[in-house]
Design a protein around this ligand. Structure first.
Ligand code: IPE
Ligand code: IPE
Ligand code: MG
Length: 252
């Protein structure tokens, strides 16, 4: 298992995203209710924020609840919303101490008011924190986001404020909910499934993907560092050849 010392902070990913999966299975393996897995997952999030900050990561996006998760049994949906509101309230003082700014992406129209109120409160409380930004993806899915963005751009075309031929990659990126921060350099998924589950489809075009069988409640500092060490062993070519990439690195 990796330690912080193994990480070259000059080459740390600036933006990391995590699909936090495996809470239910973790609880079931222990004969417990799925909700116990979600509760245990809060500690893992706490550890990942800390590890990310120490590793020099500036933006950490975590998939907390997908658009599709609204289809889970109502009892589980309620538990998750209550837990998110509770965790945000509990963690905010510690986030301020640690310099963690909170952000959010998702379809907030579907999030219950009590949870939204806590999230907005925490965003306000932490707005001047500068060490790392934690972005919670809540009621989020990439296809929802893309439809929302396309509708907005289409409306602007109809109104005549933009022309269809002016729509390019930059304009689309600027109109996504993630417009204000860099695309993930690294995407981690815990829990053993090797799929994206409708997460940040546009933004992960060139992200490095890291899948681990470790269930989210078992994912702590060391496991986060494992992912960073693995990331640092990769060569990001962005379509170029290895020789080109190495020549460019040599000239820097
Ligand atoms: C991830 O854990 C948390 C959410 C999706 C909200 P799961 O609840 O999906 O856990 P598994 O995949 O059933 O083990
Ligand atoms: C993805 O996990 C969503 C979150 C982690 C919030 P799921 O457990 O919902 O994904 P699937 O259903 O296995 O693809
Ligand atoms: Mg799951």
């Amino acid at each position: 298992m990796a330690t912080l010392e193994q990480i070259d902070k000059t080459r740390s990913p600036k933006s990391v995203a995590i699909i936090m999966d495996g809470n239910g299975r973790w609880a079931r393996q222990r004969g417990m209710d799925r909700s116990e897995g979600h509760k245990a997952g809060i500690d893992s999030l706490h550890d990942s924020i800390e590890a990310a900050k120490w590793a020099g990561v500036k933006y950490l996006t975590v998939y907390a609840f997908s658009t599709e998760n609204w289809n889970r049994p109502q009892k589980e949906v309620d538990t998750l919303m209550n837990l998110i509101a509770y965790a945000v309230e509990l963690e905010t003082p510690d986030m301020i101490r640690k310099g963690v700014r909170l952000g959010m992406i998702g379809d907030f129209s579907r999030v219950p008011k009590f949870a939204m109120d806590k999230l907005k409160w925490s965003i306000e409380q932490t707005k001047n924190c500068q060490d790392i930004t934690l972005i919670i993806a809540l009621s989020y899915s990439a296809r929802w986001e893309l439809v929302d963005t396309m509708q907005r751009l289409a409306r602007q075309c109809v109104e005549g404020t933009i022309k269809p031929e002016e729509i390019d990659q930059e304009m689309i990126s600027r109109n996504l909910t993630t417009s204000w921060y860099p695309d993930p350099d690294l995407l981690i998924r815990t829990g053993g499934e090797e799929r994206i589950s409708n997460f940040m489809l546009w933004q992960i075009s060139y992200s490095e993907l890291y899948f681990t069988p470790v269930l989210w409640p078992d994912f702590h500092h060391e496991q986060f560092y494992d992912a960073i060490v693995d990331y640092q062993s990769r060569e990001r070519r962005f379509g170029k050849t290895s020789a080109q990439v190495q020549a460019e690195a040599g000239t820097k």
